[in-house]
Design a protein around this ligand. Structure first.
Ligand SMILES: Nc1ncnc2c1ncn2[C@@H]1O[C@H](COP(=O)(O)OP(=O)(O)O)[C@@H](O)[C@H]1O
Ligand SMILES: [Mg+2]
Length: 292
C-alpha cells in the first residue's frame, strides 16, 4: 500500500492539468454517468435497471447508450435503434427522431462514436447539436451508460454529469481499475463539484461490500482528496444473468429478486443526495473542443 501511495503522490504532483470548469445555472434534471475501470462489472445492468427504478418513482427517464462498440443497452432490451447521435450531429435527424420509447416506460438514445467530429462543426452546427442535446433535459433523469475505462469519450460523458456512478466488483483487478478511473476524473474534472459515487456489484454479503467501499473511499479521500460517496451494493444474483439471457431488465424479469431490491435501494439513496449542479451537455461539447 505504501508503494502505491508513493506512486500516486508522484503522479499527482506531476499532474496539474487545467480542470474542466463546471456550470452553475440552476436546473431540475439530473444527468448520471455510469462508468467503471474494468469491463463486465455491471454498468449496463446498473444503467438500465436504475432507469427502471427511477421510472417507478414516476420520473421521466432516458438512458443514453454511449458504449457503442458493444451496443449493450439495445441487446439488453431486445431492440435495435436505427439512428444515433451521429445523425443528430450531422443534422440528418432530430433528437426526438432518434429517441426510442421502450415498453418499460424509459426512453433510449444511442450515442455516437464519431464525437471527435463535433470539433469540425461550425458554430451553427455546434449550437444546433447542443440545442438538440438539451432537448433531452426535459427528462427528469438521464442515465449515460459508458464503455469501460477512461477513454476521452468516457470523460466527455462524465464532464456533463451531475453524478458519476463508478461500478466495481470485489475483485482486486476491478478495484484497482475503479481507483484508476476515480483518479483520472479527479485530475481532469472538477469532481468536487460533482457527486462522485460508488456502487459495489456482485457481492456475497454486506460485509464484503462494506470492506471494498471503505477501502476505496478512504484511499480516494487520502490520496486524491476527493469525496467518493458509497451509494450501495448489489448482490451477486442469478436473476441478473437470467434476465440478460431473456433480454429483459431484471427489475422487470425478477422484480422481487435481491438484485432488484438492491437497485431500488440505491436509487432511493441517490434521491436523498443533493443534485450538485453539474456539467450539462454544453460542458461535454466544450470538453470535446478542448481536446482537439
Ligand atoms: N449482480 C450481478 N449478479 C450476477 N451477475 C451479474 C451481476 N451484474 C452483472 N452480472 C453479469 O455480468 C455480465 C456483464 O454485465 P454488464 O452490465 O453487461 O457489464 P458492463 O456493462 O459493465 O460490461 C452480465 O451479463 C451478467 O451476466
Ligand atoms: Mg456495458
Amino acid at each position: 500500500m505504501a508503494d502505491q501511495a508513493e506512486q500516486l503522490r508522484e503522479m499527482m504532483s506531476n499532474n496539474a492539468p487545467e480542470k474542466i470548469a463546471r456550470r452553475h445555472d440552476s436546473k431540475k434534471n439530473r444527468i448520471i454517468t455510469v462508468a467503471s475501470g474494468k469491463g463486465g462489472v455491471g454498468k449496463t445492468n446498473m444503467s438500465v435497471n436504475m432507469a427502471l427504478a427511477y421510472a417507478r418513482l414516476g420520473k421521466k427517464v432516458i438512458v443514453m447508450d454511449a458504449d457503442l462498440g458493444l451496443a449493450n443497452v439495445n441487446v439488453m432490451l431486445k431492440m435495435i435503434p436505427k439512428w444515433n447521435l451521429y445523425h443528430v450531429i450531422r443534422k440528418q435527424k432530430t433528437m426526438k427522431e432518434i429517441l426510442v420509447e421502450t415498453e418499460y416506460g424509459i426512453g433510449i438514445v444511442a450515442g455516437a462514436s464519431g464525437f471527435s467530429k463535433i470539433a469540425n462543426l461550425n458554430e451553427d452546427e455546434r449550437q444546433n447539436f447542443i440545442d438538440e442535446l438539451n432537448t433531452l433535459s426535459s427528462a427528469d433523469i438521464i442515465i449515460i451508460d459508458t464503455s469501460a475505462g477512461v477513454s476521452s469519450n468516457v470523460l466527455d460523458f462524465i464532464a456533463c454529469a451531475d453524478d458519476a456512478v463508478i461500478i466495481t466488483t470485489p475483485e482486486p483487478t476491478a478495484i484497482t481499475d475503479a481507483y484508476g478511473i476515480v483518479k483520472i476524473i479527479a485530475t481532469e474534472i472538477d469532481s468536487l463539484e460533482m457527486g462522485l459515487k460508488l456502487v459495489v456489484n456482485r457481492v456475497h454479503n454486506v460485509a464484503e461490500a462494506k470492506k471494498v467501499a471503505d477501502r476505496m473511499t478512504t484511499i480516494a479521500g487520502q490520496f486524491l482528496n476527493v469525496k467518493l460517496e458509497y451509494l450501495g451494493f448489489v448482490y451477486d444474483d442469478p436473476a441478473v444473468s437470467q434476465a440478460v439471457l431473456r433480454q429483459r431488465p431484471f427489475m422487470v424479469d425478477s422484480p422481487r429478486s435481491k438484485a432488484a431490491q438492491c437497485v431500488q435501494h440505491i436509487v432511493g439513496r441517490m434521491e436523498k443526495t443533493e443534485i450538485r449542479e453539474g456539467g450539462g451537455f454544453g460542458n461535454m461539447v466544450k470538453r470535446i473542443f478542448k481536446n482537439d
